[in-house]
Design a protein around this ligand. Structure first.
Ligand SMILES: [Zn+2]
Ligand SMILES: [Zn+2]
Length: 375
């Protein structure tokens, strides 16, 4: 059985999103869930796939991996998710490999095929065109659709009082930034951190650093309006790296020591090196951007002498089902004001929303698929 949906299809590399009527398999397999999408954030990774900068996912594809919606149907073997539940969607994982069993599903050995392979775990397509040809999915989620088919591991159930038009982006951009702080860097209260870039990932790191008790949070960007926003959500200091050398500025701000922790969300060769150099003795640096740019260093000079660490972190090393609830709880208490960074767009305006994201005009565009939804 299939159901007609309206989805934003990317037909070829660099082609725009086109809203089309296609078909979704609306007969969920044992561990699958059919979700009516209310809203979805747009992430830079969607854009990276559209333009061919992130792997070789077969096209055409329905992108989108920051969805929020309402459960329409559940498979026979799904536990803890009911029809009518309100849900936030994140990445997929198998739940059975050693890393998943150790509580680290972001390190799932099947992460790549499950999230970037374009097919469901059973090898079938979620979506087809009227002529029967396959359309790939993304993250086993494909939230740029009015209804989508996901795996139970994609799903986090949230309260019905949570505004579904706001919380979709918690599933990727914000959790990537904040999970890096909570689950990997784990800064001590009173420590210092510098965050390069003020997009959704950088903002997530910044808000989490404040929650974690960092007392000096230095935001680095080249746009004054973005730095002003960073101050609104918790930055204690800002550095405009178009005007001054950020490494020197950070040393000056920390009494010559450098910061304890640094995060880069830009993925730019020179900026990643600056972020590392801005850390002090025993500093830890986490580069987070989806980027193909290199970082060059002389290990002895750049790491050994000061015993520095560079650590990779994917999806904030987070378990979505617990992390998203933590972020929502912090948000409800006014401690994680991520929705200040969002701007909503009509689903039909997806290309304009995408453009607003890539130009930096909007930190987190959110598409509204269900204009009738109210809390
Ligand atoms: Zn796994
Ligand atoms: Zn993403």
């Amino acid at each position: 059985m299939t159901k007609k949906v309206e989805a934003a299809v990317v037909e070829k590399r660099n082609a725009p999103f086109e809203l089309k009527q296609i078909l979704v398999d609306d007969n969920p397999g044992p561990k699958e869930v059919l979700v009516h999408i209310v809203a979805s954030g747009i992430c830079h990774s969607d854009e990276a796939v559209r333009v061919g900068d992130a792997g070789d996912l077969p096209l055409p594809v329905v992108l989108g991996h920051e969805g929020a919606g309402i459960v329409e149907k559940v498979g026979a073997a799904v536990d803890g998710i009911q029809v009518g539940d309100h849900v936030v969607l994140s990445y997929d994982y198998d739940g059975t490999c050693d890393n998943c069993l150790a509580g680290q599903p972001a390190s799932c050995v099947n992460w790549g095929p499950l999230n970037m392979g374009g097919k469901r775990p059973n090898g079938q397509s979620s979506f087809t065109k009227e002529d029967g040809s396959d359309v790939s999915n993304f993250f086993n989620q494909s939230s740029f659709s009015t209804t989508t088919l996901v795996q139970d591991h994609n799903v986090t159930v949230v309260g019905k009082d949570v505004d579904l038009r706001k919380v979709g982006p918690l599933g990727c951009g914000f959790v990537t930034g904040s999970g890096t702080i909570f689950n990997t860097l784990k800064p001590e209260p009173g420590s210092s951190i510098s965050i390069f870039g003020t997009g959704a990932v950088g903002a997530g790191s910044l808000m989490a650093a404040k929650v974690a008790g960092c007392t000096q949070i230095i935001s680095v960007d080249i746009k004054p309006n973005r730095l002003a926003t960073a101050v609104e959500i918790g930055a204690t200091d800002t550095v405009n790296s178009a005007e001054v050398d950020p490494v020197q500025a950070i040393r000056d701000l920390t009494g010559g020591k450098g910061v304890d922790y640094a995060v880069d969300t830009t993925g730019i060769t020179s900026v990643m090196k600056q972020a590392l150099d801005a850390t002090g003795i025993n500093g830890v640096f986490a580069p987070l951007a989806v980027s193909q740019q290199e970082m060059t260093l002389v290990p002895f000079n750049d790491l050994v002498g000061a015993q520095k660490t560079i650590t990779g972190v994917v999806m904030g090393n987070a378990v979505p089902q617990t992390e998203l609830k933590r972020l929502i709880s912090l948000w409800q208490k006014g401690l994680y004001p991520f929705d200040k960074l969002e701007k909503t767009f009509k689903f039909a305006d997806i290309n304009a929303a995408d453009q607003a994201s890539t130009s930096g005009e909007v930190i987190k565009p959110v598409l509204i698929m269900d204009e009738d939804y109210t809390v």
